[in-house]
Design a protein around this ligand. Structure first.
Ligand code: HEM
Length: 324
């Protein structure tokens, strides 16, 4: 063989396989027989397109399902970036190959991750029109009845995003220093959502969610006490904490999750579920009107990055100009 480069590559492959006691010849045979990768296989296109299964024949139900799935994928993209911050910077390849990556969470990596997060969130906020404007209201009110008691409220990825972003006390109504983690968890702000409007009791929607995810989420809360984004920011040197670009991005993230996304979502609830004259049954009779507005929830991931006035007016100006 004349091609030196090719020989070197084969040599490297042989070393890789022999290091784990495997036979390179079998793998080379495998390469000979294997078919070329197709796009459809790589992204599992057929599986992806086969997981939209409406409960009714109303055509717009598919839009509802697909947009929820798109959002869950965006949540997943967000979680990938947040996990990097939680784990102190970028992951290192298992092979140990040196790609010039940094194992510590430098301000540059922090900034890169927060930029990506805001990029995803801006797309999610912008595209919420697909829900707000893009479905027939009459159809929605009918197919929604077939989906009860499920609700996007049961999105565990959204709760993971919150827990991975900030101290649990910033998500809880019980934040005294003497409270233990379970007490704080029991008073998380979202425990007062998906409550029955008539009685104030937890709905089946909330109870089922707790049954399925409580233990997993509590474990995550424990793990994130020192690893969430806010904790990682506070670990930076005081000079790095003053970095203007980073502060700007963190404030943007806080606004994006806790005001802009929440309000885009709230707008869709207003559009489909609010009626002047009659109570709309499609929510299953929950307290959503007093729960969903961000100015009532007042969730703030990074409180020290906001002035007292900004915290006091959390969620107000946007709501006045966007929801009549
Ligand atoms: C027409 C579209 C939508 C309507 C009418 C709607 C309605 C609601 C309502 C009423 C709630 C409060 C809980 C309840 O009472 O069930 C809720 C919560 C929630 N929904 Fe939606 N939703 C819509 C679209 C979506 C989409 C596309 C997602 C994406 C996954 C989503 C995710 C969530 C989340 C994460 C919560 C909890 C929010 C919080 O705790 O502040 N929703 N939704």
């Amino acid at each position: 063989m004349k091609d030196k480069k090719l020989l070197q590559k084969i040599q490297l492959l042989a070393e890789k396989y022999s290091a784990t006691g495997q036979d390179i010849y079998s793998y080379l045979d495998g390469l000979l027989y294997a078919d070329y990768m197709g796009y459809w296989n790589y992204i599992k296109l057929e599986t992806l397109l086969s997981i939209q299964t409406p409960q009714t024949d109303f055509p717009d139900e598919k839009i509802f399902i697909i947009y929820h799935q798109i959002t869950e994928l965006y949540f997943k993209l967000c979680l990938i970036e947040i996990e990097h911050i939680n784990k102190n910077g970028r992951n290192v390849l298992e092979t140990g190959e040196d790609l010039g990556w940094n194992k510590t969470l430098t301000t540059d990596i922090f900034i890169e991750k927060m930029t990506r997060l805001n990029r995803y969130l801006n797309k999610m906020i912008d595209s919420f029109d697909i829900m707000i404007e893009g479905m027939d209201k009459k159809e929605f009110l009918k197919f929604r009845m077939a989906l009860l008691p499920s609700s996007g409220f049961q999105s565990v990825q959204f709760r993971m995003l919150e827990i991975r972003s900030t101290d649990l006390t910033n998500l809880s109504k019980k934040s005294s220093k003497n409270s233990n983690l379970r007490e704080i968890y029991e008073h998380l702000y979202w425990k007062s959502g998906a409550n029955e409007l008539a009685t104030g009791e937890k709905t089946y929607t909330l109870k089922q969610f707790e049954k399925k995810y409580n233990e997993r989420l509590i474990k995550l809360c424990n793990k994130m006490t020192t690893k969430n984004i806010w904790a990682k920011y506070k670990e930076l040197s005081s000079k790095d904490q003053q970095n203007k670009s980073l502060i700007k991005l963190m404030r943007e993230f806080d606004l994006n999750v806790n005001i802009h996304w929440k309000l885009a979502h709230y707008k869709s609830a207003i559009k489909y579920l609010k009626s002047k004259n009659k109570i709309i049954a499609a929510t299953g009779g929950t307290n959503w009107q007093s729960y969903l507005p961000p100015r009532f929830q007042k969730v703030i991931f990074f409180p020290d990055l906001w002035s007292e006035k900004e915290k006091k007016e959390w969620g107000k100006s946007w709501i006045e100009s966007n929801i009549k």
